[in-house]
Design a protein around this ligand. Structure first.
Ligand code: PHE
Length: 355
């Protein structure tokens, strides 16, 4: 056996005896590394005659191949063995205490929107939606709001462009326009959503929520409006009797227009809805103005109806005893934990489920 063959055999033996991946890595660089055995053998080639060079080179290459073969077998055996050992070791410890986690709560505004939607769905209203970013046309013009109306003032409306053609909707009434333009009467819809006005104090926030209602059909009149709102308020506050009054008002998009107040009293520092000598305004409403119907391509000789707009946040404050409107939008987890609702609680008014 030549010296070279002996060396190859010794390395083979070394590889076979390697016990773990650290050892096998070290042997790898000892043999195949930059300054390893194979390269140092090749560096001896320079001093040989051309004939010997060839012989010597092929000898090194053969040796290299032999070692590489043994190396790859042993190294994959070691890696597999170590992998299995690790899997064995990493058994899940089911006795470890679980990590703390918090379950979210439903925001009172979302809860109230669900409640209101289910109350109206019981009497045949479906839910529509519209975008927060609206055109001046849908928000004002189509709703019969004249060019110089105070609501169009920069102080109340957030305009999004210098031409005052795009804005954050100031009410949910543009959903009336969208609904009528895309379909054919009759319409019986509600539309909850965010609305925006440049206003902020204890009872006003720049973003708030409204719920629009629209019922257009043949022969719909103020009596239907009154009946519908009466039903809604009783269901929402879960009371048998309600004092309600219609105060004459003005909206460009309804004629006649009214604001609706409900009676209440204060008992033991708590507000009691339904009766009493005090009045609380909760919504605006009226018969849809013929100009609005015409703008929405409705035949005013055949169809008419009512619309209303309810302040959702105020209803939530009343029903669930929350004093400051601004707290709704401060995203304080402790507040939500206190006033929020369990996601699995079915709204009290959701009779559709238990029927
Ligand atoms: N859009 C009105 C407001 O924001 C409310 C309203 C809606 C009044 C529909 C009449 C009819 O104050």
């Amino acid at each position: 056996m030549s010296d070279f063959e002996k060396l190859i055999n010794d390395f083979k033996q070394k590889i076979i005896e390697a016990k773990n991946s650290e050892e096998i890595e070290n042997i790898s660089s000892e043999i195949f590394g930059k300054k390893g055995f194979i390269n140092s053998e090749f560096s001896k080639i320079g001093i040989l005659s051309p004939e010997d060079k060839k012989k010597f080179a092929s000898q090194i290459n053969n040796g290299k191949q032999e070692l590489a073969k043994v190396f790859s077998q042993v190294s994959s055996k070691i890696k597999n063995k170590e992998l299995n050992e690790n899997i064995e070791k990493e058994k899940i410890d089911v006795t470890l205490p679980e990590k703390e986690f918090k379950i979210g709560k439903i925001h009172p505004v979302s809860q109230v929107i669900d409640e209101i939607s289910s109350i109206f769905s019981e009497i045949g209203f479906s839910v529509e939606e519209g975008p927060d970013v609206e055109s001046d046309y849908n928000n004002f013009t189509a709703l019969n709001t004249p060019e110089n109306h105070p609501a169009k003032d920069m102080h109340d409306t957030f305009y999004l462009d210098n031409d005052m053609k795009t804005l954050l909707r100031t009410h949910t009434s543009p959903v009336q326009v969208r609904t009528m333009l895309k379909g054919k009467p009759p319409f019986k819809i509600i539309a909850p959503g965010r609305t925006y006005r440049s206003d902020s104090d204890q009872t006003h926030t720049p973003m708030f929520h409204q719920l629009e209602g629209l019922h257009i059909d043949k022969n719909i009149n103020m009596g239907h409006l009154k009946g519908c709102l009466n039903y809604f308020i009783k269901e929402f506050f879960e009371i048998e009797k309600i004092q309600m009054r219609f105060r004459p008002s003005h909206f460009p998009f309804t004629e006649p227009s009214a604001e609706v107040d409900i009676g209440y009293k204060i008992e033991n520092n708590k507000i009691v809805i339904g009766e009493g000598d005090k009045w609380l305004e909760i919504l605006g409403c009226g018969m849809v103005h013929p100009n609005v119907l015409k703008n929405c391509k409705i035949d005013t000789k055949k169809f008419q109806g009512f619309a209303f707009g309810i302040g959702i946040d105020r209803l939530a404050m009343l029903k669930y005893g929350i004093n400051d409107l601004r707290s709704f939008f401060e995203t304080d987890y402790r507040w939500l934990n206190h006033y929020g609702f369990d996601p699995l609680d079915v709204p009290t008014n959701y009779r559709g489920l238990s029927k």
